[in-house]
Design a protein around this ligand. Structure first.
Ligand code: 4NP
Length: 161
């Protein structure tokens, strides 16, 4: 299973989501069976590390995302990944606009897909530390729900080794 987490800049929500998912997957029976990455729909921050506030927030929850580097979502990502988990509706629309024919369904809104209440992980970029904490809480809950959903699919044979 190959998962890509997507937001706008790839410096706040999606690197936090990638870090949260990496940790929750490592603690689960899915460990070693999931390939994971993140990307942004924009080219604004290509090559940069996550926002220092995102790094500090993740570190406060025991997850190191300091080594990640922002990159832009590519059309080829629809071939490389099984599921493209988008942080908000704008990200979903931008991602689907890039998709090759027949692949747009791979991009989903992460929270609803994971069975969480709400639609969007709010963008903390113009906010403060509390906004980053709120985004972390959402992506970490979504990461746990994602592991449960994928584990159930793996147990039922929908997903191979
Ligand atoms: P992200 O947050 O999409 O969660 O990485 C943002 C990062 C940067 C900007 C907007 C949102 N920006 O305007 O540069």
């Amino acid at each position: 299973m190959r998962l890509l987490v997507v937001c706008l800049g790839n410096i706040c929500r999606s690197p936090m989501g990638e870090g949260a998912l990496r940790r929750r997957i490592a603690q689960s029976p899915l460990t070693g069976r999931v390939e994971l990455d993140s990307a942004g729909t924009s080219d604004w921050h290509i090559g940069r590390a996550p926002d220092p506030r995102a790094i500090a927030c993740a570190r406060g929850h025991g997850v190191d995302i300091g080594g990640l580097k922002a990159r832009q979502l590519l059309r080829e990502d629809f071939d490389r990944f099984d599921l493209i988990l988008c942080a908000d509706q704008g990200n979903l629309e931008d991602a689907r606009a890039l998709a090759p024919a027949g692949a747009a369904h791979k991009a989903v809104l992460w929270l609803p897909w994971a069975g969480m209440p709400g639609e969007a992980v709010p963008d903390p970029y113009y906010g403060d530390g509390r906004d980053f904490e709120h985004s972390w809480a959402l992506v970490d809950a979504a990461a746990q729900a994602t592991v449960r959903r994928l584990s159930a699919a793996a147990d039922s044979g929908i997903i191979g080794p």
